[in-house]
Write a protein of this length. Sequence first.
Length: 404
Amino acid sequence: MAEAVIFDAVRTPRGRGKAGGALRTVSPTELAALPLRALRERNNLNTELVDDVVLGCVEPVKDQSADIARTAVLFADYAETVSGVQINRFCASGLEAVNMVAAKVMSGQAPLGIGGGIESMSRTPMGSSGMPPGTDPELAMPLHFIPQGISADLIATRAGYSRRELDEFALTSQKRAANAWKSGYFKNSVIGVKDENGLVILDHDENMRPETTIEGLGELKPSFETLGAMAGFDSVAIQRYPEVEAVKHFHHAGNSSAIVDGAAAVLIGTMEIGKQAGLKPRARIRAFANIGSEPTIMLTGPVAATRKALKNAGMSVKDIDLWEINEAFASVVRFIMDSLELDHDKVNVNGGAIALGHPLGATGAMLVGTMLDELERRNLGTGVVTMCIGSGMGVSTVIERIGN
């Protein structure tokens, strides 16, 4: 089986996913095309060598529809022979896209490909494509459906996390992200977004709030308390987990992932195609894994997915130097860290989605680039990227740096 090698990874800045966000004026196709162009220009890439482009996109409707991956390939002036496909594994779509390209490379079917993602949440809001498990009683009742935020609160309740602990985790994310930008840790991978006149629209992650304090976080109202009580979702959660007397609602806008726009792309291929194209190998993908998990609590899947991926790689938790765990909600990362017995000093060392934002279809690919840059900066060898997923799933990817 061929080895899947990462040659490069780039991303746009994350813009606030609101009407006034800096990237609101950029079409999703243009946003998706930006990292593709950057990969070509940074690597002097002959795009005729690229077999396929796989992009995650969670809301493939409106101006994100019509197979945005293929549209972006053409808009980025790649060779017409390059195909493109949009995929959706909810929040882990960008990481799944990377894994799919790696699988094509490993199987020998595609020597060179690009995995990434796009989400313009300011233009195509979350839920635009519909959510039958949450709106169709015939599905919602037997599946014990509850919104993700209440699942996160359920995790916190069952694990015994306090509101203060979750807010402290969120504050750490903000501090680490601010330090990373101040120290230039993201400069190798983030490409500025410019308008048609060449003027910079955005060159940094717009959502960060370095002025955040623990006192300020403590003043924010829980986001899901009313929904849990008025819509009956708390009762549904307790029906599935009867040992819980009451769901404690601790998550709010400050300790949950932020809504943002963004895109990312990762160039993956064989060593042989790399030599042919003059590409420098930076890391190899050792293994990856997907799992399904209990769909009511839904966000605990990364624990089993990580154990499965490490087993596939012939490795253990102790073999991993750094971890990127998507910060969907503070309780999720806390739960994964506790379950796998991880040191917080090795987890999300440059902050995460609470501070930087979570552009649904793109985040996983962004985390791969963040991991790669940080392994190189610290001269370390191995990393795991893992993500929780709606409806109860998990995805994990094991990366090993080349030349460490």
